[in-house]
Design a protein around this ligand. Structure first.
Ligand code: ATR
Length: 275
């Protein structure tokens, strides 16, 4: 293609996104003539923004809250992973056809692999806190990685029950979450609890086995109270920044055909660059 290509992010809001830092860093590193723009798109403008994207020769877009489900209405199709997760976080423009995919599951599992190495011992019994969009991506990725048992628990019990039924897994009431921790090999927080400006997660993790790992998809702060308490008990922990970086890695590769490196330097730049 001639001239600069366009990629970016649509959501509402998007101004606090760190994705431009990541994608622009890689574009410069691999000398790719492209831009990554933020498109603040209110729900009633979604159709028009996607239409606009068809007219121009855009490589694709990332999609964030609140459009991850609705956007599929305006696309030409979804690939298998987006269909299974039930949400789109990345659109690719394949010769004028807009195809929705989802790189959050890859981001989730790749981050865990980087943090824990071989995941086999951690996939025997997994408890997921939460039942939002990120949880759906985590369930599909954990399933594909060979998780033996996945248990959901969520403040709104019905949401967890519906999601658990859909994916053929178990759910337990939020009030009973501490009771299931005894033989858990991996505990994952997929709620927004512990994020800056949100309440902390109130959870006693004393009954987790000593070989268990704890992962929090929250990355601001990098060390959430949950991870702090897990570390103080000598448990392995994985922070949430890698999920953001690896979902971006797969999107970048889909658009530009180069698998960019996730490095310590990029982690630092992503965290330290003001937005
Ligand atoms: P995302 O799609 O990014 O995962 P979301 O759909 O808003 O975001 O999900 C947020 C998750 O955090 C949900 O599981 C939500 O629980 P509810 O389904 O009960 O809303 C959970 N969450 C948010 N605030 C919470 C709180 N104060 N206590 C417990 N869970 C909370």
């Amino acid at each position: 293609m001639t001239g600069s290509s366009v990629t970016g992010l649509i959501g509402y809001p998007v101004s606090h996104s760190r994705s431009p830092i990541i994608h622009r860093y890689w574009a410069e590193k691999y000398t790719i003539d492209t831009s990554y723009k933020l498109f603040t798109t209110a729900p009633n403008r979604l159709r028009q923004t996607i239409f606009h994207m068809r007219k121009k020769h855009w490589l694709g877009l990332n999609v964030t809250i609140p459009h991850k489900q609705e956007v599929s209405e305006y696309l030409d199709g979804l690939d298998e992973i987006a269909t299974r997760i039930g949400a789109v976080n990345t659109i690719t423009n394949r010769n004028g056809k807009l195809i929705g995919t989802n790189t959050d599951g890859y981001g989730f599992i790749e981050n865990l692999k980087q943090g824990l190495g071989d995941l086999t011992p951690y996939l025997r019994k997994v408890v997921l806190l939460g039942a939002g969009g990120a949880t759906r991506a985590a369930i599909v990725a954990l399933h594909d990685a060979g998780a033996k048992e996945i248990i959901l628990t969520n403040r709104t019990e019905n949401t967890a029950q519906v999601m658990a039924r859909h994916f053929g897994i178990k759910s337990v009431p939020w009030e009973a979450k501490e009771e299931v921790l005894k033989e858990v090999t991996l505990l994952v927080n997929t709620t927004s609890l512990g994020m800056e400006g949100k309440p902390d997660l109130q959870l006693d993790i004393n009954s987790l086995p000593s070989g268990a790992a704890v992962h929090d998809i929250v990355y601001a702060p990098l060390e959430t109270p949950l991870l702090k308490s897990a570390k103080s008990k000598g448990l392995k922990t994985v922070d949430g920044l890698g999920m953001l970086l690896y979902q971006a890695q797969q999107a970048f590769e889909l658009w530009h055909g180069i698998k960019p490196e996730v490095t310590e330097k990029l982690r630092r730049i992503t965290l330290e660059t003001p937005v």
